[in-house]
Design a protein around this ligand. Sequence first.
Ligand SMILES: [Zn+2]
Length: 316
Amino acid sequence: MFKTLFIAGFVCGVCNPAHAQTSFPVKVIPGAVPADRSPDGNTVIFEDPDGLIVVDTGRHFAHQAAIIAYSDARKKPITAIVNTHWHLDHSGGNQELRVLFPNAKLYTSHAVNGALDGFLAKELERSRAMAADPKVNEYEKSEIRLGISALEDRKDLIPDVPVTGDMALGRLALHLAPFAATEGDTWLYDPQSRTVVAGDLIVAPVPFFDTACGAGWRAALDKVAAQSFDRIIPGHGPSLTRGAFEDYRKAFGRLLDCAASPAAAASCAEGWRKDAAQFMTSDAERAYADRAIVYYLDNILRVPAKQAELCGAQKE
Ligand SMILES: [Zn+2]
């Protein structure tokens, strides 16, 4: 059913008009961010005459079902999967897609290898204990089992084609951001639609620093800023204009400057709330951002040994 090529001339609303005759739509499947369970990252699907390149695959079956439905609607196979990073809300659906499209090659950085033996190995152990705990309710267990099955399936998380620097995937330019939100984040640029996909280099309402190197992340945002583009799609939440991206980058830099200063963590959180006000849409998000910033400063950004580890000092 996916064998028929569909190469009709297609006028694309977001593409450069000069290329309209040969352009295909860029599809965004927004990741859900429900209050009562773990999120899905955004998926972005790029199309060429031969098939679809799927950037990030979500965590939940409903998200993967939407990706498969799109492939079906476009009558094209998934030929490649890109994971912007190894967090399971972005890579947990690789397996589900490759059951249907076993030839889809996975592009991501080597960082997942270290994560599978470290951070994710601990998560797997914790998850198995919770799945066996009679005090944990069935709903929670169904969430936990999703993570377990993704982690037990290492082959669908490890890259077929590692992203080790700047490289091409069809018309897309893939870039490695070393030691940023994770040890190796991948972001990409599509010249046809002038779109950047940033993964979790941009996250609202607050950057997730759990596995992050602050300095490397700042450098990654500076590299993205050097790219000419019209819109940028974050790992979670709606697309940003160039101007909104610059606001985010400025707010991020000021947050790191505050973290490096003697200022109280609460005042850094207050600064973020002002600088990044446009990326928070409710009081609940503002309160969450406050708590998260204080936590990240106390536990990650202001802990020199932790930052040294996350910034790769031990690998030099
Ligand atoms: Zn994420």
